[in-house]
Design a protein around this ligand. Structure first.
Ligand code: MEV
Length: 313
């Protein structure tokens, strides 16, 4: 039976989460943790061998199938990206699944089409989203949104916002991820920020300020100024805390990492999930995170984007 396997990397957000949803600048990097989806024809929708029933079950998978005029496939996903960890598990699932489905049904497999399917899936599932996670999981390496830097790869508009996505050079840097172990689905946190922003002028100012520090951080990264980039990451974490998307455990892991890091911040939607530290002392940071009950992982950037791994007839 015809089968296609495609994979995509997870991601970490270096700067600008949440404010990017409102069209502000942001930078995200692909990491060396991947998800692989094997897709084959089927009479009913099967996810890891189970019938996918209910209208809200597997929204990313259903959205990609709908966009490709297909109703049913069998999909088996193998991942080393923890779910709801802030590391892009749903974006990587959407991108790898889109590429596998497109190849299976003989549709275009260019990155922009995959990124469009994946963004649509994320937007539908989350209720509101930027194309940041899905763009970096599709393209790999580093991507910037609405930053005056890098090579243009694609643009998206949705809900009154638009994003110009560029590919950016990522200098060699060492990051440690600290996973809190707290599952934190993105949709409800994005919605909470939306309500806060709607009711409170101060929240809009914080979102603008995150955009401004992100632009400074992008310039620091382009100059290879690790100290300044780290300082801006920590400042970004403080602004995200003011926005109400951090939590005690994230703050603990960030504070524990700082003595051995250039900077540290939560990454992704927050509320749990993960933080990242930019460091040249990864062992000390890993130990500090583990002592505070987090799960440390040294991650490498420069990871390639979505790709076909295997095809069988
Ligand atoms: C989640 O990884 C990043 C957010 O900015 C949401 C989004 O960009 O869609 C919180």
């Amino acid at each position: 039976m015809r089968k296609v396997t495609a994979s995509a990397p997870g991601k970490m957000i270096l700067l600008g989460e949440h404010s990017v949803v409102y069209g502000k600048p942001a930078v995200a990097l692909a990491i060396d943790r991947r998800i692989a989806c094997t897709v084959s024809p089927s009479r009913e929708l099967l996810v890891n061998g189970h019938r996918a029933s209910g209208s809200i079950a597997h929204p990313h998978i259903k959205s990609v199938l709908r966009d490709n005029g297909a109703a049913n496939v069998s999909v088996d996903a193998v991942t080393d990206i923890p779910a709801s960890s802030g590391l892009g598990s749903s974006a990587a699932l959407s991108a790898s699944f889109s590429l596998a489905v497109r190849r299976l049904f003989g549709r275009e497999t260019d990155e922009e089409s995959v990124a469009a399917d994946a963004f649509n899936a994320e937007y539908t599932a989350q209720g509101r989203a930027s194309p940041m996670d899905t763009s970096v999981c599709t393209h790999g390496g580093g991507v910037a949104l609405n930053c005056p830097i890098g090579r243009h790869i694609w643009s998206f508009s949705r809900g009154g916002n638009s994003w110009d996505v560029t590919e950016v050079e990522v200098p060699k840097m060492t990051f440690v991820v600290g996973y809190t172990g707290i599952h934190a689905p993105t949709g409800p946190i994005v919605e909470r920020v939306r309500k806060y922003k709607e009711r409170n002028r101060f929240a809009s100012d914080v979102i603008d300020e995150i955009g401004a520090v992100t632009l400074d951080g992008v310039q620091a990264m382009a100059r290879n100024d690790t100290e300044e980039l780290g300082r801006i990451m920590t400042q970004n974490h403080k602004l995200l805390s003011i926005l109400g998307v951090s939590c005690d455990q994230l703050n603990k892991l960030v504070n524990a990492s700082l003595p051995y890091s250039y900077g540290a911040k939560l990454t992704g939607s927050g509320g749990g999930g993960s933080m990242i530290a930019l460091t040249d002392r990864p062992e000390q940071v890993c130990e500090a995170i583990a002592v505070r009950g987090g799960v440390p992982m040294v991650v490498h950037t420069g990871e390639p984007g979505v790709r076909i791994e295997d095809e069988q007839d």
